[in-house]
Design a protein around this ligand. Structure first.
Ligand SMILES: O=C([O-])C(=O)C[C@H](O)[C@@H](O)C(=O)[O-]
Ligand SMILES: [Mg+2]
Length: 432
């Protein structure tokens, strides 16, 4: 059978997905969060799917980029980066501060472009895999494991979104103290079999978060634990927390903001440091590795520019004897499938990956991905091995189109916090 891999159509569907009231150092998650679903259609009728961030700053790059793709080959993955370089990024979008609501490090023009390219790269790989009858991992050189381990991503959270605010109910309950966090961890373990636990910190004063990690260590003796305050602590505070928790932490994630502060902490913390904030672009690697500021880089294929760039990052980490694992932000099943496919090909991935997926009650797939014993099986089904549910996609797009939800099209955790606390402003760092 002959295949025609020329791209004949590209469909972009921004959606709003239900998100529980999860707390982080900047505020609280909105009731609905934006994502962008990318469909790439080839001349012979094969459709590949991808997913990435859906805020306006990404949509305004994705639209002109999509128009240029028609007529190109889905095999031309390198060409995606050349094309993206030609898409203009408004100066106002570039910021070397931490991305508000995203907590994903600097926001350079290139990083914005790469965050868009990743959705298209995944869609092209999915289409190519389907056309050739091969799973994505085969296109990436082949899997080295049959399942990928994920960790339970624990959050302090409210029981529900504020009364009177349109939202979906969740069944996780409230978690605002050590007992609540342990109860949440038990649910993660019972429902999905997770055996490794990460607590999103930077929400309460460090003593309270130390107590929560101690409670987790008592409830799950010997299990890998992580604490991630998203850079909310000073160097002395980071060192104090490290001294108190070094015996139970697998790693401490982004205790302080920026490579110089991380290097200072790393020099005497006695516990490895991980990051998805100070090394988020290739340009940041050299200084961070030279200064031994981080021991584990948490890749995120969305902002590193896709699955092949994630493999390149892993190879660089291996060369410098730095560990690698995966960061996540609110995402759906397409991204979990993409993360699982690439993670299966990375030989030096020795830590459970992060995933927000258990927090997402909604998806755009006909069948949700499942965790067994905290792992997602690596499928050999062609492409990503997932199918779009077009009715669900249309419903979530309809929510995005609804003018009552217009303010939610750009994720803003500080604004969501101000609904209940009008005095709230994004805290200046270090917070403690
Ligand atoms: O590991 C991380 O830093 C994250 O997952 C960043 C996210 O924005 C997380 O803080 C969240 O979802 O609130
Ligand atoms: Mg982090």
């Amino acid at each position: 059978m002959s295949v025609n891999l020329t791209i004949s159509d590209v469909r972009l569907t921004p959606i709003l997905v239900a998100d529980p009231p999860l707390l982080n150092t900047q505020g609280v998650h909105q009731p609905y969060t934006p994502r962008l679903i990318v469909e790439v259609v080839t001349a012979d009728g094969t459709t590949g799917v991808g997913e990435t961030y859906g805020d306006t700053k990404y949509l305004e790059l994705a639209r002109p980029f999509a128009r240029q793709l028609v007529g190109r080959q889905v095999t031309d993955l390198n060409g995606l980066f050349t094309l993206a370089g030609q898409v203009a990024v408004a100066d106002a979008r570039v910021d070397d501060q931490v991305d508000v609501g995203g907590l994903r490090g600097v926001q350079t023009a290139d990083k914005l472009r790469l965050s868009v390219v990743s959705g298209f790269e995944v869609a092209c790989l999915d289409a190519l895999g389907k056309a050739l009858g091969l799973p994505v991992h085969a296109l990436l050189g082949g899997k080295v494991r049959d399942s990928v381990e994920y960790s339970a991503y624990l959050f302090y959270k409210h029981a529900g979104h504020p009364a009177g605010v349109a939202s979906e109910q969740d069944d996780w309950g409230e978690a605002t103290d050590p007992a609540g966090i342990v109860a949440q961890a038990r649910l993660f373990n019972e429902r999905y079999g997770f055996e490794s636990f990460k607590l999103k910190g930077g929400v309460y004063p460090p003593e309270q978060e130390i107590a929560a990690v101690r409670a987790l260590a008592a409830a799950f003796p010997g299990k890998p634990l992580r604490l991630d305050p998203n850079g909310a602590w000073s160097v002395p505070t980071s060192l104090k927390v490290a001294a108190e928790l070094h015996d139970v932490l697998e790693y401490l994630e982004d205790p302080a903001l920026g490579t110089p502060a991380m290097a200072e902490v790393a020099a005497s913390a006695g516990v490895p440091l991980a990051t998805n904030m100070c090394v988020t672009t290739f340009a940041e690697i050299e200084e961070a590795f030279r200064r031994r500021a981080v021991q584990v880089v948490l890749s995120d294929h969305h902002y590193w520019g896709g699955l092949r760039n994630t493999q390149q990052l892993a190879a660089i980490c291996r060369t410098f004897d730095v560990g690698v694992s995966m960061h996540s932000n609110t995402h759906l099943g397409i991204s979990l499938a993409a993360m699982t496919q690439v993670a299966s090909t990375v030989p030096n991935l020795h830590h459970a990956c992060d995933s927000h997926y258990p927090w997402q009650s909604e998806d755009v797939l006909t069948e949700r991905l499942t965790f067994e014993d905290g792992r997602v099986a690596v499928t050999d089904t062609p492409g990503l091995g997932v199918a779009l549910d077009h009715d669900r996609l249309a419903a979530l797009h309809h929510r995005w189109l609804d003018e009552n939800n217009a303010a939610l099209r750009d994720r803003d955790d500080s604004a969501a916090m101000r609904v209940t606390d009008p005095e709230w402003t994004t805290p200046s760092m270090p917070r403690w």
